[in-house]
Design a protein around this ligand. Structure first.
Ligand SMILES: [Zn+2]
Length: 326
């Protein structure tokens, strides 16, 4: 990588729409603000990778007792907020103005708190509003299981979509200024959201089913729908979503990105790595500091700087600026 290219990379805004490191840090008694060896990412390495805005996913495995799930989500939110309070390199992004203040090459990391799975909301809109007040700005409507909002991808055979409560949640999220994330949803719920949501929505960490037919991946029709609505699909690095063999390399990710570009257009594709949410990482992208390598490979394949700038962060920035409150 030439020095000029590295400078260009550093000066380009980089957004990752999905990372699960918070639960790993909290459960392992580790400090996100210090360099760690047991994780794919931490604050020092995210900064080294040139990431400017990270969506930190707060995820608790489904539990039949919803108050247990809520407690765990709140404990992860408290952990993340504590990191923001004690480390001046971190700042919490809550508004459009916070997004405008993001500046590449500044040595700071903006974070958006996201909750992965609406299970913790139970059937109470006030819990959604409370999460918003705590700083949560993104909700992945389901994880792979069923919750009171909709069916996740494991339940796709029942063809269940959004419940009437799920529809209320979508409307409330748009009124508050929260980002709607359809990753993990079963197809019926996806199409219900396309009907109910007035604004753009995202698939924070989903790949293309035409390249790898995993149930978590999106059909071309779904990818086109996200794009038509002004949203973004974030490419994720999880092996089983990349190839049918489960293990993958940087080239497999590039096949998904180029397919997404072909189907959705360059204004609707971004990054949703899933670092620290996956057990298998692709070869050559073993941790977050390998991200420049991916962008460099895309450039070598002849993709323009303007296309790469949109992919690295411009597209998610556009959606977040549309959705977040003033
Ligand atoms: Zn996920």
């Amino acid at each position: 990588m030439t020095k000029e290219w590295m400078n260009w990379y550093r000066e380009t805004l980089l957004i990752d729409a999905h990372n699960d490191v918070v639960s790993k840090m909290k459960d392992g008694g580790l400090d996100f603000c210090q360099r760690q060896s047991a994780t794919h990412s931490d604050l020092p390495r995210l900064l080294e990778a040139g990431v400017n805005l990270q969506v930190l996913a707060l995820f608790a495995p489904p539990d039949s007792n919803k108050s247990v799930t809520l407690q765990r989500i709140l404990s992860y939110a408290e952990y993340a907020l504590d990191c923001v309070d004690r480390d001046p390199r971190l700042h919490l992004v809550l508004t459009k103005r916070d997004l405008e203040a993001l500046s590449p090459a500044e040595g700071k990391l903006g974070v958006i708190l996201g909750v992965e799975g609406g299970d913790c909301v139970g059937e109470e809109l006030w819990i959604l509003r409370l999460l918003y007040r705590l700083g949560v700005r993104l909700l992945t409507i389901t994880w792979s299981n069923r919750n009171a909002l909709a069916d996740g991808i494991w339940e796709k055979d029942t063809r269940g979509g959004l419940t009437s409560f799920g529809k209320e949640v979508i409307k409330e999220m748009e009124a508050l200024g929260m980002i709607i994330d359809v990753s993990h949803l079963a197809p019926a719920g996806f199409w219900d959201i396309a009907e109910v949501a007035a604004g753009p929505f995202i698939a924070s960490h989903s790949n293309a089913a035409a390249v790898c037919p995993h149930p978590r991946n999106l059909s071309d029709e779904q990818i086109r729908c996200v794009a038509d609505r002004g949203g973004v699909v974030g490419v994720n690095f999880y092996g089983p979503h990349l190839t049918e063999f489960g293990s993958a390399s940087i080239d497999d990710i590039i096949r998904h990105i180029e397919h997404l570009w072909n189907v959705a257009g360059e204004d609707h594709v971004g990054l949703g790595t899933d670092y620290d949410g996956m057990d298998i990482v692709p070869r050559e992208l073993e941790d977050v500091t390998c991200l420049p390598r991916l962008v460099e490979k895309l450039r070598q394949r002849g993709h323009s700087e303007s296309r790469l700038e949109k992919f690295m962060g411009g597209n998610f920035l556009r959606v977040f600026k549309t959705v977040l409150p003033d």
